[in-house]
Design a protein around this ligand. Sequence first.
Ligand code: COA
Ligand code: AMP
Length: 629
Amino acid sequence: MSYKAEFERSINQPEDFWREQADKLPWHKKPTQILGKDDQGTDRWFVDGELNISYCALDYHVENGRADQTAVIYDSPVTKTKSKLTYREMRDQVAKFAGALRGLGVEKGDRVLIYMPMVPEALVAMYACARLGAVHSVVFGGFAPTELAVRIDDAQPKVIVSTSCGIEVEKVIPYKGLLDDAIDQATHKPNHCVVLQRPQHTCELIAGRDLDWNDLMAAAEPADPVNVKATDPLYILYTSGTTGKPKGVVRDTGGYAVVLKYSMKTIYDMDPGEVFMAASDVGWVVGHSYIVYAPLLAGCTTIVYEGKPVKTPDAGAFWRLIDEYKIKSFFTAPTAFRAVKKEDPEGKLLANYDISSLKIMFLAGERLDPPTYHWLNELLPVPVIDHWWQTETGWPIAGNMMGLEPAKPKAGSATYPTPGYNVMILDGQGEKAAPDEEGSVVVKLPLPPGCLTTVWGDHDRYKSSYMNAYPGYYETGDGGKIDKDGYLFIMGRTDDVINVAGHRLSTGEMEEIVANHPAVAECAVIGVADELRGQLPVGLVITKDGWDGDADKLQSELVAMVRKDIGAIACYRQTLIVDRLPKTRSGKILRNVLRNIADGKDYVVPSTIDDMSSITEVEDAIKTKLTTA
Ligand code: COA
Ligand code: AMP
C-alpha cells in the first residue's frame, strides 16, 4: 500500500485501520470496541481488550520458535563487558524478578521507580513490573537527588530498583548514594529498595529497607503474566514542562503495544530476527519505546549500550557496534553525530569497520540540522532519516515510512505525518496556516493509539498543557510548517522547554533555582544555539540593588546550584548580568522575544513593551559576552 493510501485510511477509518494492526498482537482478550471515551472524556483505544505486554514481547516468542534467539545484547565499553540474553533467558529473568517484586508486596497498579544506568537488569526490572501489571517509572540517571525526590513524591512507589553505581566514561556515579539523598529529601518513603551491586563501586545496604538484587533473584519464584486492560497504565515517564514540576506522562498498555509493533515495520523497516539499536538511555522515551519494548514486541534483537558515541574509546564506537552486531536500523540523536564529527571530521574511523549490514540511519530527539544531515549523508551509503516525536506521543509523529513507501528526504524536514497523526499547522488566530507558513504544530483529535492519556495525578494539567489552547487538537508545543509538497518542518519549541544534547529541559525550572540565589533580584533562563548540544541554557540575571559581589563567584555559585538541583545534564554554565530584562508594562518578561533574540531570529516587539532599550542591552550582552562552548 502507498503511504498516501495508508495515511488517509488511518485518518478516515481509524477504527478499521487500528483493529487490523491490533490483530497482529497476541491479546489475552481481543478488543471488540476499538475507540471509546473514558469518564474524563479522553479518547481511549481498544477499551475492552486485555493483554500482558511482557507476555507479548517475551513468552509469546519463546512459545513460537524464538526461545534461543538473542533478545538483548549488552555492550559496555565502560566496564569492558559484553553479554547476551536469549528470549528464553530474558523471559526467565523477568518472571523471577516479577516474583521477587511480588514477594515485596508489589501488585497490579502499584508503582515501582527504577533509577538505573544502561544495564540489562534495567530492562528486566521494567518488564517484571509490566508482568505484574505494576506501573514503572524510570528516572534518567543523570538527574540529581532533588529531581529524583520530586518524582518519588509524585509517583509514590512501593519499591525502588537501583544499582550501586553507573559509569560515565571514566567517572563512577554513585547511584545508590544519590538515591539515599533523594529518599531523605522526599516525603514519600518506599517500603524497599532493590540494589544491583556492581563491582566498580559497591554500596552499603540499609538493613530492613534495602535488598540485594542477586539474593532476591536466587530466592524468587517465577511469576506468570497478569493480564491487564488495554487502557491500564504501563508506565509513568516524567518530562519537563514549562514549570519546575515535571509532568508524569501516563502511557497505556494496549495502544502502546499496537503502535510499537506497527512502527517497527512501517517506520523502521524491521523484520523479526533482525538487529535494531537505539543509542539512547532507558530513562528517556526513546529508550522505553525503542530499546525496551518495540524491538522485542517485533521479535528483533535490541542492544543495551553502556557507552558514549565518543571517548568510549573513540568516535568509531557506533561503527564498531554496527559491524559487530550486524545492526540493520540504527537510531540516535543528531547531537551524538555532532560529537562524532567534532572528533573525526572526515569520518575516517568508518574505514576500520564493515557496516554493510546497516540499511537505514534514523535520527530524532531534536531537529536534524542540515549540516549534520549533509555530513552523514555524504559519509554513509544508506538513507539518513529524520523523524520527530515527543515523550507524550511515545512513537514518531512524523517520519519517512521506510517499511511502507520511502520518500525522498528533504534536509531539515521530518518528512510526512505518520499514519494516525492528523498533523496541522495553525496560525496565531487558530486558523489553518497556508503551505510554508510557520505556526503551531497540532494534531487533530483523536490522537492515535500509544499517546499519553493523562498527566499522573493531575488531569487538569493534561488539559491545560495540551488540549485547551486549540479545542479539538493536541498542542505539541513545537512550531513548524508544512511545505507545498506536504513535508513537515519542525522548527523548535514555542514554550520554555529547551533541548540540550537531546535532553529535554525546562528553562522555567532553572529560573526557579537561579532566582533563589540571594544576590539575584530577577532572572530569565533562555536556550542559546550551541554547535555540539543544539542548545545550551544561559541565565540573564539582574542583581539586587546594592549588590557589589564578584560576578565570577556568582556565576560559579549558580552553576553549582543548577547542577545540584537538576543535575550535570542541564549543562548550565553561563550567566550574563544585565540591568534590565525586556518586559511588558505590567511586568511580564517577554520570553518569546528573548527566545528569538537567543536564536538569532526575527521578532516582533509588542506595543506593550515597557522599555525598548532593555532589548538592545540583552542583544548586546548575548552578542558580546557569551562565550561559545
Ligand atoms: N548519569 C550521570 N551523569 C550523567 C549521565 C548519566 N546517565 N549522563 C550524562 N551525565 C553527566 C555527564 O557525566 C556530564 O557531567 P560533567 O558535566 O560532570 O562532565 C554531564 O552530565 C553532561 O553530559 P553529556 O551531555 O552526556 O556530555 P558529554 O560531554 O559526556 O557527551 C554527547 C556529549 C553529545 C556525546 C552526549 O550528550 C550524547 O551522547 N548525547 C546523546 C543523548 C541522547 O542520546 N539523547 C537521547 C535522545 S534520543
Ligand atoms: P522529548 O519529549 O524529550 O522526546 O522531546 C521532544 C521534543 O524534542 C519535541 O517537542 C521537539 O521539540 C524535539 N524534537 C524531537 N525530535 C525532533 C525532530 N526530529 N525534529 C525537531 N525537533 C525534535
